[in-house]
Write a protein that binds this ligand. Structure first.
Ligand code: C2E
Ligand code: CA
Ligand code: CA
Length: 714
């Protein structure tokens, strides 16, 4: 402000403040029309700087040819105040209506004029009004309408169009001379019933401005329309094409929606990942999260992990189908959930494996829980055929401080294994002895990887003696591990580890190669067959038949020199193993069912597989003095005859056993009585002249250790 040069009165405090901050535009002028000062609002309203206004003087803001301005400018004394709405010119050339109040006051001894300006509506409104008020020929008004960036249509009180600017002409595809004077509803029938109609009518009726965003299909136009009432009736419509903005908004909405959908899907996935679909229990991942949550809430809580595995579930699946298997799992899950509380985490951990994490329960409470699970399981399951399924349970407990329930899970798993080994359908707590064993197991796992590469594995052989033909036709290859620190490790201690870690494939291949190479060296026994143990985990590998064929090829041996031994449980594992076995058999390789009697397949199931040899498990040989044992062996022999299979009894340690087996019709026998597993150079491969089971008892345990006169050449 240039007040300090302008007027002494205004320089004093309160007046200056009022002047500077007034919400209306204020000008101080001399009585002859020179502008002396202008406040910020006046500059804003008039679109000019104070300096420009000083230079222009009051006549410079006079708009149009309105006669009342002579009144405004003619004020000479204080009685002569003026107040009225008059046109005013904005700095950008547009004329608008302002309520103007003027008067004079005495500043010291000088007479001054003040001009107060108040905007009375949007500039467009005033422009439109001007367009209506002054004849259409008023060039400045038309110019103003043409210069606005929006499209414009004026309508009178009878809905006849009074004006349409060039932008609207072009966009709507009409010519001014064709539409001016015509009824807007007739000229643009698509407006009738559109969103525009009620708004236009409402503005005309109420005299209050309104605006809307709507689509005008006829012109493919998304528009934002501002509708003002005109003083003499009718309306002024300013509208602009907002298609681009709409498109941007719609694109944004589309993106937001896509993002929302993606987020929802992500949440859904996470939810599903934490839940097991079949049973609705927690999944592995869900259990981990749940335990983390519990430990975050209650650090140091005592957790008891109860690890459960349904007994013989594979058999259920295999004999009754997967549908029945799923129903068993579902029913077990329900019973489990019914036995647990809201604080406990219940998860399905694998195919037929379940884990419950009990929070802050005593050993007694956890033990009772396990008992309840065992009992609940023994109640018959109603899943089609009447079915009894039992469960084995391992428990481990600790006050957990670090959120690593992994150790507990491992320990409960070890206890579970023990429960299985001890005969299933029972609960076993993890203890220190198991801890030692599990540590050992982990060590074995680490060392075993190196053992394969460092050639620490080797093979011993054990012959089976043919009881009637008095010849040796079978030799079984048995793997051994000479650990650099532990010494000899028995296969029972490392084969299960190898199976779990997937190493069994490489080990099996090594054993196979060595056994075949050895068989090739036994040139003087052309019909000696070498038998190699193949674990169920190896049979999962569909390429096994090809690998075996390749190994035979490498050794340069016919398939007739090889047999593979698979356990009975491998046969129960489903159709996959059967197919693989058939392919192996088709090569000419013989197949033996190992440890027969310990698995769960019915004798009749054997007929489904290409079985050449049935090996009676040593536990039955041990039972031979009893009626049950002998009935069992007799049964196997009968069955084997029916499928044309050769019967071998394993683990023969005494002469009476050997005598009994021979009497029952068993074809061959092996065991410490006859020969211990040994390196090939120490192996007795022909029978002593005394022949088979009439041998004196004391002789044979040592036979395997003493190189005989007929021991094979290397
Ligand atoms: P298996 O196939 O049943 O092998 C027979 C086991 O009985 C051998 O134990 C053998 O030494 C033992 N044995 C032989 N005669 C007698 C006897 O008169 N009395 C007693 N008590 N035992 C006798 P080993 O060599 O410790 O093998 C144990 C198991 O390890 C084998 O049982 C077999 O399942 C597995 N195994 C051995 N070698 C391999 C292999 O190369 N691959 C695979 N996958 N498993 C193997
Ligand atoms: Ca075997
Ligand atoms: Ca066996």
């Amino acid at each position: 402000m240039t007040l300090d040069t302008a007027t002494p009165t205004l320089r004093s405090g309160i007046y200056e403040a009022l002047f500077v901050h007034a919400p209306d535009g204020m000008l101080i002028a001399s009585v002859d029309g020179r502008v002396l000062a202008a406040n910020a609002r006046a500059c804003e309203l008039l679109g000019r700087t104070e300096q420009e206004l000083v230079e222009l003087g009051l006549p410079g803001i006079v708009g149009g040819s309105d006669g009342r301005w002579s009144e405004v400018l003619g004020i000479r004394d204080r009685t002569n105040a003026f107040r009225g709405v008059v046109p005013v010119v904005h700095g950008d050339g547009i004329t608008f209506s302002a309520e103007v109040t003027t008067g004079t006051f005495l500043d010291g001894r000088e007479s001054r004029a003040y001009v107060c300006l108040r905007d009375v509506g949007a500039a467009e409104d005033a422009t439109a009004e001007r367009a209506e008020a002054t004849a259409r020929s008023a060039e400045d008004v038309v110019d103003a309408l043409e210069s606005v960036s929006d499209m414009y249509i004026g309508v009178d009180a009878d809905w006849r169009m009074t004006y349409i600017n060039a932008k609207a002409e072009a966009r709507l595809g009409v010519a001014r001379e064709d539409v001016v004077g015509r009824d807007i509803w007739q000229e643009f029938p698509a407006l009738v019933g559109s969103d525009f109609e009620p708004v236009y009518r409402q503005v005309a009726r109420t005299g209050r401005p309104a605006s809307l965003e709507a689509r005008y299909d006829e012109a493919d136009l998304w528009c934002e329309a501002r509708v003002y009432p005109l003083r003499r009736g009718g309306i002024a419509v300013y509208f602009r094409d907002i298609s681009e903005r709409r498109a941007r908004e719609q694109e944004r909405e589309r993106l937001l929606e896509a993002e929302r959908v993606a987020r929802e899907a992500q949440r859904d996935l996470a939810r599903r990942a934490t839940r097991d679909e079949l049973t609705g229990l927690l999944s592995r991942a869900g259990l981990r999260l749940e335990v983390e949550r519990v430990l975050a809430d209650r650090p140091g809580a005592r957790l008891t992990v109860v690890s459960m595995d349904l007994d013989r579930f594979k058999l259920v699946n295999h004999s009754l189908g997967h549908g029945a298997g799923d129903r068993v799992l579902g029913e077990f899950a329900r019973r489990l959930a019914a036995l647990t509380g809201p604080a406990d985490a219940v998860a399905r951990y694998g195919a037929d494996e379940f884990v419950v994490v009990l929070v802050d329960r005593s050993t007694e409470e956890a033990g009772r829980f396990a008992e309840q699970v065992l009992r609940a399981c023994r109640e018959e399951l109603d899943v089609g055929p009447r079915l009894l399924v039992t469960v084995s349970i391992g428990l481990a407990a600790r006050d957990v401080c670090a959120p690593d329930p992994g150790i507990l899970l491992r320990e409960a798993g070890v206890a579970l294994h023990r429960a299985k080994d001890d005969g299933r359908d029972r609960a076993v707590w993890f203890d220190e002895q198991m801890h030692v064993e599990s540590v050992r197991r982990v060590e074995i796992e680490n060392d075993l990887r190196q053992a394969v590469d460092r050639d620490e594995l080797f093979v011993e052989y054990q012959p089976a003696f043919d009881l009637r033909q008095e010849r040796i036709r079978h030799v079984e290859a048995l793997v051994r591990w000479r650990h650099p620190l532990r010494g000899l490790v028995a296969p029972q201690d490392f084969i299960p580890v190898a199976e779990e870690t997937g190493l069994v494939g490489r080990i099996g291949e090594q054993v196979l190669d060595r056994a075949l190479a050895q068989a090739r060296r036994w040139t003087h026994l052309p019909d000696l067959r070498v038998w190699v143990n193949v674990s169920p985990a190896q049979l999962v590998d569909r390429a096994i038949p090809d690998r075996i064929a390749a190994a035979l090829h490498r050794a340069g041996l016919p398939a007739e020199r090889l047999g593979i031994e698979v356990t009975e449980s491998a046969l129960a594992d489903g159709a996959g193993a059967g197919e693989v076995l058939r392919q192996v058999h088709d090569l000419g390789v013989a197949i033996a069912v190992d440890d027969f009697g310990t698995g769960y397949s019915s004798l009749a199931r054997l007929t489904e597989f290409p079985v050449d040899v049935v090996k009676i498990d040593k536990s039955f040989v041990g039972d031979l003095g009893t009626a049950r044992g002998e009935a069992f062996v007799a049964g196997i022999v009968t069955l084997a005859r029916a499928i044309d299979a050769h019967v071998v009894a394993e683990g023969v340690e005494t002469l009476p056993q050997l005598t009994a087996l021979s009497a029952l019709g068993v074809d061959s026998a092996c065991g410490y009585l006859l020969a211990r597993p040994a390196a090939p150079e120490h192996l007795p491969l022909t029978l002593p002249t005394e022949a088979s089971f009439r041998w004196p008892v004391g002789l044979h345990p040592t036979v395997a250790r003493v190189p005989g006169p007929t021991s094979p050449q290397r």
